[in-house]
Ligand binder design. Structure first.
Ligand SMILES: Cc1cc2nc3c(=O)[nH]c(=O)nc-3n(C[C@H](O)[C@H](O)[C@H](O)COP(=O)(O)OP(=O)(O)OC[C@H]3O[C@@H](n4cnc5c(N)ncnc54)[C@H](O)[C@@H]3O)c2cc1C
Length: 520
């Protein structure tokens, strides 16, 4: 068994855990960040894509609204490369009460969210697909944020300062020495290898799984209730601005343009388990119907895929020693104060937009427990790639493609991924898992859902990594299985035709189920 030593072990590699790793590394700590799967494969990689302006919360939850706008401003400065400055609109549809707009304006003023009421005609000129029956429209600084870009920038920034980033390393046990947590046992989910980590301090950033990690340290009563939400990606940008319904937060009331698609969401349903998130036909129908109120015709537009994420809703069975803030939905548990267990804290709940603040609060709590004096610097330190403060641009890949049209082989037509970019991505991840490459580059995330690019990418991975035929086939088959999970619940119209075509390619031409290495 390999043994590693570190000052800080972070369990959970979503936005919060990666944010903690970056924050702690900037403060000069030696860090190990682990996740049971790839980074951001939990809730962070299954969210809606919205960098909140706070507008959504100004009436219902002014504290959360203020936090969102403060963090929105900071992230635009330090994480610009992951943010597309789409702007946001709140619109009063014919089903909404126009008087809410007055409460909304007052709430924005109170929380400090920049807002302007504009003519409906102006809103419709900017977003011609919007419901022509809208009665009021307001602009706010919402934006979309690419979570994989963000989380890997955090991880790479931490790693450049010496942090060790270990995806696919599941914490299977936490070690106690008397009243202190002193490290963990990890299992490499790819090889089965066991790794022991001796850690001076352990931070549980396990999101909706935080209670399971706390239990490994013998800590009871950390209850995290999973709240499921579904989202549907439409095959192109039906809007170029984040569009919200101007009403109390409800289901299916936000449409977010992100990269090449737009995403309608979301719902909030209590779920039995964070790893069991079935999507029902009723939920899909309801979501498309809700989206239709914002953009008439959305229901019959082409839907690419559906997925579900899980909100960690914290419900402290024990109380005491927790700085849980019900309003913000964030819970920071100092287990020394709460349970008499040193060297261990839990942070859960919150929003992706507030990941940096959560990380700051968690690392501050650790620094205080350790009796150090190391202030947080993440408000001002730009992430790798964001040094110039330039926002992500939706058309950037097209521009690059145009500049060397004749020299590069295009592997993924939907997302404009060229061979050199794909090879560089495969080399830098060093992964044999095509899904890991997908997340980093958006491979196969466009309308064909991998139909045309993924067999090419498999061939390239085979060549680069010297996978044998069986391993390459297995990698391809796993990718197709994963894609299928998100495709079958929304199959209708053009996407059904696409799925049939993909099926002919993979079953008819490649006979993918009987390639070498396929299970008998
Ligand atoms: C449907 C939905 C839509 C949302 N939309 C938005 C939005 O538009 N904007 C916004 O700001 N917020 C949004 N949120 C909230 C936001 O997504 C979450 O608050 C945020 O992603 C939580 O990040 P996290 O790092 O705390 O948790 P996670 O991303 O879930 O990270 C926890 C990690 O712990 C890992 N883990 C679990 N057990 C172990 C173990 N034993 N060993 C190692 N690792 C382990 C998991 O694999 C996971 O990666 C949304 C949430 C949902 C559910």
């Amino acid at each position: 068994m390999t043994t590693l030593q570190t000052e800080v072990l972070v369990v959970g590699g979503g936005a919060t855990g990666a944010g903690i790793a970056w924050d702690a590394a900037l403060r000069g700590y030696d860090v190990i960040l682990v996740d049971r799967a790839d980074l951001a494969e939990g809730t962070s990689g299954r969210f809606h894509g919205l960098l909140h302006s706070g507008g959504r919360y100004v009436v219902k939850d002014p504290v959360a609204a203020k936090e969102c706008i403060d963090e929105n401003v900071i992230l635009r400065r330090v994480a610009s490369a992951a943010i597309e400055d789409t702007g946001g609109l709140f619109v009063t549809t014919p089903d909404d009460d126009p008087a809410y707009g007055d409460d909304f304006l007052a709430g924005c003023a109170k929380a400090g969210v920049p807002v302007e009421e504009i003519d409906v005609a102006q809103a419709l000129r900017a977003e011609p697909r919007l419901n022509p029956g809208i009665r009021r429209a307001f602009t706010v600084p919402d934006a979309s944020i690419d979570v994989w870009q963000l989380v890997w920038a955090l991880a790479n920034g931490a790693s450049a300062r010496g942090a060790r980033i270990l995806p696919y390393h599941r914490a299977v046990a936490l070690h106690r020495d008397g009243d202190a947590v002193v490290g963990a046992d990890l299992r490499d989910e790819r090889t089965g290898e066991e790794v022991r980590v001796e850690a001076g301090f352990t931070i549980n950033a396990g999101g909706a799984w935080a209670h399971e990690i706390a239990e490994m340290a013998g800590i009871e009563g950390v209850s995290v209730v999973p709240g499921k939400g579904i989202m549907i990606a439409m095959n192109h940008r039906l809007v170029n601005t984040v569009v919200n319904r101007c009403t109390m937060p409800a289901d299916g009331d936000i449409l977010v343009p992100i990269r090449t698609v737009s995403v309608i969401g979301t719902t909030d349903i209590r779920s039995a388990h964070a790893d069991d998130l079935p999507v029902t036909q009723e939920e899909v129908d309801q979501m498309l119907e809700d989206g239709d109120r914002l953009v008439p015709g959305l229901r019959s537009s082409r839907a690419l895929r559906v997925w579900a994420g899980v909100r960690p809703l914290f419900d402290d069975k024990k109380g005491g020693g927790s700085t849980r803030d019900v309003s913000r939905g964030t819970a920071l548990l100092d287990h020394r104060d709460r349970d008499g267990v040193e060297g261990f804290i839990t942070i859960t709940g919150g929003k992706l937009t507030t990941y940096r603040l959560m990380a700051e609060e968690a690392v501050d709590a650790m620094v205080q427990q350790l009796g150090h004096d190391r202030p947080c610097t993440t408000k001002d330190a730009p992430l790798p790639g964001s040094e110039d403060g330039a926002y992500m641009l939706a058309g950037a890949r097209l521009r690059t493609r145009d500049s060397h049209l004749r020299t590069e082989q295009l592997i993924c037509e939907c997302e404009l991924i060229e061979r050199s970019t794909l090879e560089a991505g495969m080399r830098s991840r060093g992964s044999r898992n095509l899904d890991d490459i997908r997340r980093n580059l958006r491979l196969g995330m466009g309308p064909c859902q991998g139909g045309f690019c993924i067999y090419r990418a498999t061939g390239i991975l085979h060549e680069l990594d010297r996978l044998d035929g069986a391993e390459a086939s297995e990698s391809l088959r796993r990718f197709l299985e994963e894609r299928w999970k998100g495709v079958w619940p929304i199959l209708h119209g053009d996407q059904l035709r696409q799925a049939r075509l993909d099926d002919w390619i993979f079953q008819g031409i490649l006979d993918v189920e009987h390639l070498p290495g396929a299970p008998a």
